[in-house]
Design a protein around this ligand. Structure first.
Ligand SMILES: NC(=O)c1ccc[n+]([C@@H]2O[C@H](COP(=O)([O-])OP(=O)(O)OC[C@H]3O[C@@H](n4cnc5c(N)ncnc54)[C@H](OP(=O)(O)O)[C@@H]3O)[C@@H](O)[C@H]2O)c1
Length: 382
């Protein structure tokens, strides 16, 4: 085999107090020597990374405020796609061959995992994955789309279907709809036959959300520009003939959650997906515990007969792996029908990794975001 050229990777060597500091001060780019095949297992695959997803979790992890902490130093990038550069002797070339376009399963490789492949994050020219975690890239998806698919759409499925039991004809209120998981939820809810009311802070971002199928979009800020959340229950009631919604998908939290509890039907399902508005619930620098935990308005929950459901996709799947294969099968089928397709609003060179994570953290991104390592001589280009 011709020796692989040197590349680059991003490395985090210390955790910060919060993601803003982590992104600015702890996300460094350094040279990456190519993986040495002699040091790898016979079932391993070297992937020349073409694109890595830039996620909310990548930002949160720089301060150790995400529930899972990789060992330091680590390379960010939970999901990535690329071209196979080498396969071990035990890998069946009929399934995976050098030159194949693939993506890697973030459940089995990268910083969100705990095993031998935790060190191979996607913010790098090269990653190593066991063959079982290497999946052919559907031709309909670009490299940027392929690495922005599984995590967000599996989250959307877990929340809407496994937890929320969303039915055709129901109405769902989706907060954080311009986000990675939110936009996936908008597309999936439409594919399932629901009516979608999507919310956000920015009219221009919501225009894109509407292009992806949302039936109605609502901005949530006060009309006069003062901080806080306006009384959006009146709009939701008007859009639902006074009835309120059947399901709330809440990826934002804070004041938005509270107001949401006032625009639901009796017995509605309230899906807790995340808390983008209150990310500092946990201690920084990897300290455990949640000194600033979000609080539940128990009076509203009781009087409305609400079903409040926590929806952690990865943790639920680790506890019951059998929920994953049908979810993946359904999502792939819907993607093949063209009903699900990640929207990528921003791409950056890997050398601009800090700017990329900053764009995600500060809400510049709509849907997906990716970093692309520089093309390497002698390897196929994206
Ligand atoms: N349940 C799970 O398994 C699971 C899986 C993945 C992620 N999550 C969680 O879900 C949340 C969203 O993740 P994501 O990947 O979709 O993130 P994202 O792509 O960054 O999107 C978050 C969206 O929330 C809105 N937002 C951000 N900060 C806000 C603030 N201060 N106030 C109001 N709205 C704000 C933004 O929309 P606008 O700018 O349009 O307002 C943004 O597009 C995070 O808390 C994440 O940890 C949960």
């Amino acid at each position: 085999m011709t020796p692989l050229p040197h590349g680059i990777r991003a490395v985090v060597r210390a955790l910060a107090d919060d993601p803003t500091q982590g992104i600015a001060n702890h996300l460094h780019i350094e040279e990456q020597a190519p993986p040495d095949p002699a040091s790898l297992a016979p079932h391993d695959v070297i992937i020349a990374v073409k694109s890595a997803c830039v996620s909310w979790v990548d930002a949160l992890m720089t301060s150790g405020q995400y529930q899972h902490m990789p060992a330091l130093p680590y390379t960010p990038g939970l999901e990535y796609s690329g071209v196979v550069a080498w396969i071990g002797a035990d890998v069946d070339p009929a399934r995976i061959a050098v030159g194949d376009e693939v993506y890697a399963d973030g459940f089995q490789v990268g910083p969100r995992t705990s095993g031998a492949y935790q060190g191979w994050g996607g913010f790098a020219s090269y990653a190593v994955a066991p063959a079982r975690a290497v999946i052919p890239k559907p031709p309909s998806l670009s490299f940027d789309q392929a690495c922005n698919f599984a995590g967000s759409y599996e989250t959307a499925w877990h929340c809407l279907v496994a937890c929320g039991d969303l039915q055709a004809g129901e109405t769902i209120l989706i907060h954080g709809a311009s986000g990675a998981t939110g936009l996936a939820a908008v597309q999936l809810a439409k594919a399932l036959g629901a009516t979608v009311i999507a919310t956000g802070r920015t009219r221009s971002k919501l225009e894109v959300v509407a292009q992806h199928g949302a039936d109605h979009v609502l901005t949530l800020g006060n009309e006069d520009g003062t901080p806080g959340v306006r009384r959006f229950r009146d709009d939701v009631k008007a859009l639902t003939g006074g009835a309120g919604v059947d399901v709330v998908y809440d990826a934002v939290g804070g004041d938005i959650s509270l107001e949401s509890l006032r625009c639901v039907k009796f017995g509605a399902r309230f899906l807790i997906v995340g808390w983008a508005a209150t990310p500092a619930v946990a201690k920084g620098k990897g300290g455990r515990g949640a000194p600033n935990a979000n609080l539940l308005p128990t009076n509203l929950i009781m009087m409305k007969g609400l079903k409040v459901l926590g929806c952690p996709m990865v943790i639920s799947t680790q506890k019951d792996p059998s929920i994953r294969p049908p979810r993946v099968r359904h999502l792939k089928a819907l993607a093949a029908e063209g009903k699900l397709a990640p929207h990528i609003s921003h791409t950056f060179s890997l050398r601009e990794a800090a700017a990329a994570v900053q764009a995600r953290w500060t809400g510049k991104v709509i849907g997906g975001c990716a970093v692309n390592p520089p093309d390497l001589p002698g390897l196929p280009s994206a």
